[in-house]
Design a protein around this ligand. Structure first.
Ligand SMILES: Nc1nc2c(ncn2[C@@H]2O[C@H](COP(=O)(O)OP(=O)(O)OP(=O)(O)O)[C@@H](O)[C@H]2O)c(=O)[nH]1
Ligand SMILES: [Mg+2]
Length: 327
């Protein structure tokens, strides 16, 4: 059995709390099979209630340990927690976040916690798309918090972090890599800075350096003052304060209008990406490719400019008979 009705039925069960249906739907969405627009529409209509929290930072900074501690704290507060660990580098290494699975074991028997690892397998663009859909279904299915953990500090991580309502950038005591990470663009996307491993020497100094870098931005009228929080994910320490900061940030966003602005940016970007994907699919479609080759011929023999060829293509998308006539 397959098809749109089948996916909607799986989604209905997932929303009702049936875990196997949820994990099956996540796998389907991750694979991005055709025929999902119906269920994606239903998911979109239901989503928008969860607090999406992104955690990123240098490899080994303690993101997974932090997420585990955060999940424990949130469970104490009666909230449900879904964790999506995304590894963009797995396209190169072929590895998955095995360690994350092991460290999360303590939570596997808890119905209020769900852990999912995602690797890119294919393209990085595909990973961002898959992550967007998986996070949306978790939100729609009623999870209170959805954590998105990414390893590393590249553009792929920044793109994935744009999904989140609140982005926490995790640093560790001692400089070097962290400053590199911040230079790579993480400073602009951080809503909260976390200095994890605060049990190690130099934590105070790292926190001061971060605060120094934030001083100008934090002094701006009406800006969210990005806090720098110290945590020890293992002891644990500072975890309740971090959860409070997530909630403060969300409240501030809703009060200031920044939340709506962010949702608008996210929606606009999503439409753009999907439009671009759809366009590329159309260009690769066999029904278009013959006509496309015809346009290539004309650009090569200079009877048509590339710009006019694009005009012809766009016309063909709305009036398919137009290209045939032009050949
Ligand atoms: N001393 C100390 N060690 C920590 C703390 N948090 C995590 N660690 C240790 O740091 C190591 C890396 O922790 P992870 O939670 O796997 O870090 P990560 O950022 O998820 O790592 P990747 O996903 O591989 O990038 C582990 O050995 C942890 O036990 C902390 O607060 N203090
Ligand atoms: Mg990790």
């Amino acid at each position: 059995v397959s098809g749109p009705d089948y996916h909607l039925e799986v989604y209905r069960k997932a929303k009702a709390g049936h875990r196997p249906s949820l994990t099956r739907l996540i796998s389907t969405l991750e694979a991005g099979r055709p025929g999902l627009s119906g269920v994606l529409g239903a998911i979109h209509a239901d989503a928008g209630r969860a607090h999406l929290v992104g955690l990123t930072g240098a490899p080994g900074s303690g993101k997974s340990s932090l997420v585990a501690a955060l999940a424990r704290q949130l469970r104490k507060r009666g909230r449900t927690v879904a964790i999506v660990a995304v590894d963009p580098s797995s396209a190169l290494t072929g590895g998955a976040l095995l360690g994350d699975r092991i460290r999360m074991d303590e939570h596997t028997l808890d119905q209020g916690v769900l852990v999912r690892s995602m690797s890119s397998r294919g393209s990085l663009g595909g990973l961002a798309r898959a992550t967007t859909d998986v996070v949306a279904v978790l939100d729609a299915a009623g999870w209170d918090y959805v954590f998105i953990e990414t390893v590393g500090v590249g553009q792929a991580e920044v793109d994935i972090m744009r999904l989140a309502d609140t982005v926490a950038v995790v640093s560790v005591p001692g400089l070097g890599d962290d400053i590199q990470a911040i230079k790579a663009g993480l400073l602009e996307i951080a809503d909260i800075h976390v200095v994890n491993k605060s049990d190690l020497p130099g934590a105070q100094r790292t926190a001061s350096e971060l605060l120094g870098m934030l001083m100008m931005a934090n002094a701006r009228e009406g800006a969210w003052p990005v806090p720098v929080l110290s945590t020890d994910a293992l002891a644990p320490g500072g975890i309740a304060e971090l959860v409070d900061a997530f909630d403060d940030h969300r409240r501030w966003q809703e009060a200031s209008g920044e939340g709506l602005a962010r949702r608008r940016r996210r929606a606009a970007e999503r439409i753009r990406v999907l439009a671009r994907d759809r366009l590329m699919e159309r260009l690769q479609d066999p029904s278009t490719s013959a006509a496309f080759d015809g346009l290539v011929d004309r650009v090569v023999d200079r009877s048509m400019s590339p710009h006019d060829a694009v005009d012809a293509l766009f016309e063909a998308f709305t009036r398919p008979e137009s290209l045939a006539g032009r050949k």
